[in-house]
Design a protein around this ligand. Structure first.
Ligand SMILES: Nc1ncnc2c1ncn2[C@@H]1O[C@H](COP(=O)(O)OP(=O)(O)OP(=O)(O)O)[C@@H](O)[C@H]1O
Length: 355
């Protein structure tokens, strides 16, 4: 189902929980609504489901407004974080619930439930009650139950929040494959950036009731539109005084710079060609991360995180080093600027290129 959300507003008393929220979701996409706690993600999901009435704005499914449609008329499946299975019903009865409500005949129900048991890998567990299942199995039942009435849109509210880390990872991959296979448009709420990056086709970043940015995980990581997004997605360094660093005096007046650790190169005394043209600092921490070293360097009072390849010489705390900043982000009210630096190989003199 193609979903269009236009200028949705929701107030709870004087509190503005959703502010002019707009986005489009193409059919079959898996979308992550990502943002800090209290940002308004669940409120947006509930408005899509018809469980919360917006103060203004519109929601279109297949190009038709559903703003006045009741939840049961919207063709939506729901999966919540706390399973919300019926405790007194077996797995079979839980999955069959929506079909029973629709008054489908017994044979149709049995066929559908059996197909879903197979799809979700729950065969053999159909006669168990929820308390006889693991957290991961319960969440699969919740998923199968939501799918049974063949919804056109699946809404998942923190579906993995109550599940331990290892099973959670497995379930994420499972869910992504399942949704791809079924081609059902799905929106899931999470405040876990890793989860969103791993499984979403597109991410909608929500903060303080507003859409901060919409894009693929890669687009958002590489081109964050605001300092908030840059800090929320991935690791980043905020450098407030970069104009005081050697070679960066031309960046006066641009405000804080944001730099990703992979764009900071640490050079030891032996590796540097012209130390006098580059910022200089002292290594304050080194952590072995399996695939690289995480190095923290104190430069002009700011601690900067950098990644250092394992094939390079090991660095020690207290060592004096130089750093090359390959890319920086600066944010204005309504504009994001990326600055790539190109270095003269023999002098290391930075030449700024704005892109
Ligand atoms: N029924 C309500 N009455 C009053 N305030 C509400 C109501 N529902 C939500 N809110 C407020 O709206 C804001 C957004 O809540 P919402 O649950 O949508 O955020 P969220 O991003 O989903 O957060 P979380 O990740 O913690 O679930 C919060 O400040 C919340 O307290």
């Amino acid at each position: 189902m193609h979903v269009i959300v236009r200028n949705l507003n929701k107030k709870f008393g004087s509190f503005h929980a959703a502010k002019d929220v707009s986005f489009d979701i193409k059919k079959g996409k898996l979308i992550g609504l990502l943002g800090p706690s209290g940002g308004g993600k669940t409120t947006i999901l509930r408005m899509l489901a018809g469980l919360e009435i917006p103060c203004s704005g519109d929601i279109l499914f297949h190009g038709k407004s559903v703003i006045n449609s009741a939840p049961q008329e919207r063709g939506i499946g729901f999966v919540f974080q706390n399973y919300a299975l019926f405790r007194h019903m077996t797995v079979f009865q839980n999955i069959a619930f929506g079909l029973t409500i629709q008054k489908k005949d017994k044979k149709t129900i049995a066929n559908k439930v059996n197909a879903l048991l197979e799809l979700t890998g729950l065969q053999g567990l159909e006669n168990r009650y929820p308390h006889q299942l693991s957290g991961g199995q319960r969440q699969r039942v919740a998923f199968a139950r939501a799918l049974a009435p063949e919804p056109q849109l699946l809404l998942l509210d923190e579906p993995f929040a109550a599940i331990d880390a290892k099973v959670r990872k497995e379930l994420r991959t499972w869910l992504k494959e399942m949704i791809q296979r079924l081609g059902i448009t799905s929106i899931f709420v999470t405040h876990d950036q890793e989860e969103a990056i791993e499984i979403a086709d597109e991410i909608i970043i929500i903060n303080q009731g507003r859409v901060e940015q919409v894009g693929t995980p890669m687009q958002i990581y590489k081109h964050p539109r605001s300092a908030f997004v840059a800090n929320f997605i991935g690791e980043s360094n905020t450098i407030r005084n970069i104009e005081e660093w050697k070679g960066f005096s031309k960046f006066t007046g641009l405000g804080a710079a944001m730099v990703r650790p992979e764009n900071v190169e640490v050079l030891t005394h032996e590796e540097v060609v012209r130390a006098d043209t580059l910022p200089r600092g002292v290594v304050s921490n080194v952590i072995f991360k399996g695939s690289n070293w995480q190095v923290e360097v104190n430069i002009e009072g700011t601690t900067v995180l950098a990644y250092r390849p394992l094939e390079k010489k090991e660095i020690s705390v207290g060592e004096e080093v130089n750093v090359v900043i390959h890319q920086l982000h600066f944010f204005d009210e309504d504009k994001a600027n990326i600055v790539k630096t190109s270095f003269n190989k023999s002098t290391h003199k930075p030449l700024a290129i704005y892109i």
